[in-house]
Design a protein. Sequence first.
Length: 248
Amino acid sequence: MNQVMLVTGGSRGIGAATARLGAAAGYGVCVNYRGNREAAEALAEEIVAAGGRAIAVQADVADEGEVVRLFERVDRELGAVTALVNNAGILEQQCRVADMDAARLTRLLAVNVTGSFLCAREAIRRMSTAQGGNGGAIVNLSSVAARVGAPNEYVDYAATKGAVDTFTLGLAREVADEGIRVNAVRPGIIYTDIHASGGEPGRVDRLKDSVPMRRGGEAEEVARAILWLLSDNASYTTGTFIDVTGGR
Ligand code: NAP
């Protein structure tokens, strides 16, 4: 069967690591991105140069029309999606709840929650055996923040990841008899540029001693868990979570 992976937010970090491992495992890969076209296209070219199949496609996952067009482009250029990685996620400048405004909350919810729902909807329409598809698998990127709440930093972000957890549970049960498995990975503190987006590029090094393994994680260590959940090795696994946190 033609295996096709769509990684949202694949231009860097955990998404880029997942796209690389996916291509090496034989998936045709769509590297979705919102802003960094250069990085996404360079990654797709790297995969193709190594003998794989890949395309880079711009789309904001929070925009319904752009999500629909993203999946249609994947249909045309790689084939229908069989593996969706709902990885695109944002956080905002660290601050306390007392200082959060509605615009910030709306942005976070739109990308982290609405974006995951919209992409899952398009994937289900293609994967569901009840709609003529051949099944598939979805992995959502949650966070350890869903469990610990991220006080004084990003309670809003943590709450969107709590929503991703509940979404994972509900959707997994909704489509379990339609050939679709839905799981989530909850990374801990991983070396990527997301921390700079929150205003603290050195965050992982500041917090790493509080991790039982006494180090931050690498993007590829998260990607390996994602690949396992997508693979047939996880054929009886749905509606569950892998924490990739060094014990945190
Ligand atoms: P990152 O380095 O900041 O990368 C985020 C990616 O998402 C980028 O490729 C970015 O693309 C893309 N993106 C952002 N908004 C988008 C949108 N609206 N539509 C499409 N793409 C969008 O993040 P990361 O650290 O790899 O995190 C990946 C996922 O893991 C996120 O869901 C994050 O919440 C979760 N996570 C990360 C950590 C961690 O410590 N790093 C911990 C727990 C959970 P452009 O740059 O091209 O716009």
